[in-house]
Design a protein around this ligand. Structure first.
Ligand SMILES: Cc1cc2nc3c(=O)[nH]c(=O)nc-3n(C[C@H](O)[C@H](O)[C@H](O)COP(=O)(O)O)c2cc1C
Length: 224
């Protein structure tokens, strides 16, 4: 397929600053690979784009001109961060009929990728409601073990993520949806579950120490 003139848009759904989020690291990897296939690209940080009329207009315009849209976001309370939902409303109001492919990449803090299921369904419904073509989603657990660094610099634990994204890029370049094998690889635990929860517990205790509430960590102030 001739990819000249094709355009991919990355929407970063994490409210974190540029360079700091797992969502951006995952999306940026895909963008780099698509650029290597001579697709042009644009990256928009949703939270920042919503702060002005110009930003909101640019967001809708970028969606209008894209051939492939990738939304990469963190799971927030089993759903999507509020700015992402606002951006979805703006895009849905504009309604497109070009059949632009829409892909979601979700990452969550719990160990299991399946926590992203409801958010993925929301993304799928959003695509249908907006006139975009749902091209599938990749869901990742254990996001807390990753960082905003380039994926290639995050060591061996990202090897299945990279394999999954490479398979997805191959498919996108041919206008195909996310392959099942990519979904399977992305959902694989990146480190053993016990190791992730142990590290998480150490992190929570360290934070509690910082705020001088180490002894209150098991308190349940709202329990009757
Ligand atoms: C307000 C808030 C709500 C969250 N809710 C969930 C949740 O419901 N389930 C979950 O597994 N992780 C949850 N997380 C964890 C994030 O999804 C996780 O840290 C993710 O890796 C952050 O990705 P990012 O770096 O792209 O922002 C939540 C984090 C925050 C700050």
């Amino acid at each position: 397929m001739n990819s000249e003139g094709n355009r991919v848009l990355l929407l970063v759904g994490s409210p974190k600053a540029p360079g700091k989020s797992v969502s951006e690291a995952l999306g940026a990897y895909v963008i780099e690979k698509m650029e290597a296939r001579r697709w042009s690209s644009e990256t928009i940080f949703i939270r920042m784009s919503l702060q002005s009329d110009e930003g909101r207009a640019a967001l809708v315009e970028a969606v209008k001109t894209a051939d492939l849209i990738i939304l990469s976001f963190p799971l927030y309370v089993d759903s999507l961060p509020a700015p992402v939902i606002r951006a979805m409303e703006l895009i849905a109001e504009a309604r497109f009929d070009k059949g632009t492919h829409f892909v979601a990449i979700a990452n969550c803090g719990f160990p299991e990728a399946q926590h992203n299921k409801v958010a993925m369904s929301i993304c799928q419904r959003f695509a249908h409601a907006s006139g975009l073509e749902w091209a599938g989603g990749l869901a990742l657990g254990m996001g807390g073990a990753l960082s905003g660094q380039r994926l290639e610099e995050q060591g061996g634990m990202v090897r299945n993520i990279i394999k999954a994204l490479d398979l997805a890029v191959d498919a996108f370049a041919e206008n195909k949806p996310v392959p099942d094998e990519a979904i399977r690889l992305m959902a694989k635990p990146i480190i053993p579950g016990w190791m992730y929860t142990t590290m998480g517990n150490i992190g929570w205790r360290r934070q509690a120490n910082c705020y001088g509430v180490r002894k209150k960590i098991r308190d349940r102030p709202y329990q009757r």
